[in-house]
Design a protein around this ligand. Structure first.
Ligand code: ASP
Length: 329
C-alpha cells in the first residue's frame, strides 16, 4: 500500500510538472488578426451579421494555420490571411473598402518582415485587387519602401498582379455609409471601422505584420492614413514583436503607435501587454485617439488592446488555443 501511494504521488508530480512546462512552452507558431475597431456593439449587430463576421475571421485564421503547419513563413501567412479579408465585402479593405468624400475607393496597405526589418507599402491605390500583395511586391521586388497612386498601379501591372476596374470595390453598404455621412457629418465617427491586419510568429521564430484598408469614410482625396505608414500602422522586429493597428489614422501616425509598442518593450522592458495598454488605453485614450491593435511577441504571447466599444479580432496558437472575439467582453 505504502509503495502504491509513493508511486501515485510520483506520477501526480510528473504529470503536474509536464502540465506546467507545457503551459509555459513557447508555441511553434501564432496568428493574430483584426478586422477593424470602432462602434461595434451587440445593439448595432444582427445575429446573421455577427455569424458572417465570425465565420470569415475563422476562415482567415484557419488559412494561416494550414500555411504555418506546413512550414510556411510569417510573411507568406500574413499575405494569405489578409487576402481572405480583402476579398470579403465585410471588411474595409479590398472589396468592401469605404468611399472617399468624392465617392472613390483609395486603398492603403503595408507589410513588414521582423527578421530583416524590410518593409513594403502602397498608398492611394484604386485598381489593384489585393493591396497587401502589392505591398509585398514593393518590399521584395523594388528598391523602395512605399509607392503611391498611379506609380503603385503601374508597378502592380509590371509585376503581373491582378488589376480590377475601380467599380470592383463598390459595395452598397459602404456607399450608403458615405451618403449617410454626407447628410450628417457627425455620423462620420460611427462609420470608420473594418480595416484588416495580421501579425504572425512562424516556426522559425520570425515575426511579420501587415495591414490593409480603405481608410476612413468621407476622407478627402489623396488622404493617406496610418495603415501604409511603417511604424504607425504596422511594425515587426524579431527582437520584440509584430503589430498591426486600426483606428483613427491621424492619431496613429502622430503617436507612431505600432513602433511605440516595440520601443516600450525594447527600451523600457515592458511586456507586450503592458506596452499595448500604455499606448492604446492611456496615451491615445487621453487625447481621444480611437482604435486598437493586435500583436504577438517573439515568445508567442499575444495582446489585442482597444479603446473603442468593439474590435473584430482573433488568434490561434499551435498549442491549440483559439479565439474569435468582437465586443469588449
Ligand atoms: N486606420 C485606418 C485609417 O485611418 C482606418 C481604420 O483602421 O479604421 O486609414
Amino acid at each position: 500500500m505504502k509503495h502504491f501511494i509513493f508511486k501515485l504521488t510520483i506520477s501526480v508530480f510528473v504529470w503536474l510538472f509536464s502540465v506546467i512546462i507545457f503551459a509555459q512552452q513557447k508555441p511553434d507558431y501564432v496568428i493574430v488578426i483584426h478586422g477593424g475597431a470602432g462602434v461595434i456593439t451587440k445593439k448595432n449587430m444582427t445575429p446573421e451579421k455577427e455569424a458572417a463576421y465570425r465565420a470569415k475571421l475563422n476562415e482567415a485564421l484557419e488559412t494561416g494555420r494550414k500555411i504555418l503547419e506546413k512550414g510556411g513563413t510569417a510573411t507568406e501567412t500574413v499575405i494569405a490571411v489578409i487576402n481572405i479579408m480583402e476579398d470579403s465585402p465585410l471588411f474595409n479593405a479590398g472589396k468592401g473598402a469605404v468611399f472617399t468624400h468624392d465617392g472613390k475607393n483609395e486603398l492603403d496597405a503595408s507589410i513588414m518582415d521582423g527578421k530583416t526589418l524590410n518593409a513594403g507599402a502602397v498608398a492611394g491605390v484604386t485598381d489593384v485587387k489585393n493591396p497587401i500583395t502589392l505591398a509585398y511586391a514593393v518590399m521584395t521586388k523594388s528598391k523602395h519602401v512605399m509607392l503611391s497612386g498611379a506609380g503603385a498601379s503601374q508597378f502592380a501591372k509590371e509585376q503581373g498582379l491582378e488589376i480590377v476596374d475601380p467599380s470592383y470595390f463598390y459595395t452598397e453598404n459602404r456607399w450608403k455609409s458615405l451618403q449617410k455621412v454626407l447628410q450628417n457629418e457627425k455620423n462620420a465617427e460611427k462609420e470608420k471601422h473594418g480595416t484588416v491586419g495580421c501579425a504572425v510568429l512562424d516556426k522559425y521564430g520570425n515575426l511579420a505584420a501587415g495591414t490593409s484598408t480603405g481608410g476612413m469614410t468621407n476622407k478627402q482625396y489623396g488622404r493617406i492614413g496610418d495603415s501604409p505608414v511603417i511604424g504607425a500602422g504596422t511594425y515587426a522586429d524579431n527582437a520584440t514583436c509584430a503589430v498591426s493597428c486600426t483606428g483613427h489614422g491621424e492619431f496613429f501616425i502622430r503617436y507612431v503607435v505600432a513602433y511605440t509598442v516595440s520601443a516600450l518593450m525594447k527600451y523600457k522592458g515592458l511586456s507586450l501587454e503592458e506596452a499595448g495598454n500604455e499606448i492604446i488605453n492611456k496615451t491615445l485614450k487621453d487625447v481621444g485617439g480611437e482604435g486598437g491593435l493586435i500583436s504577438v511577441d517573439k515568445d508567442g504571447n499575444i495582446a489585442m488592446p482597444f479603446n473603442t466599444p468593439g474590435m473584430f479580432r482573433g488568434y490561434l496558437k499551435s498549442t491549440g488555443e483559439k479565439k474569435v472575439l468582437i465586443y469588449k467582453n
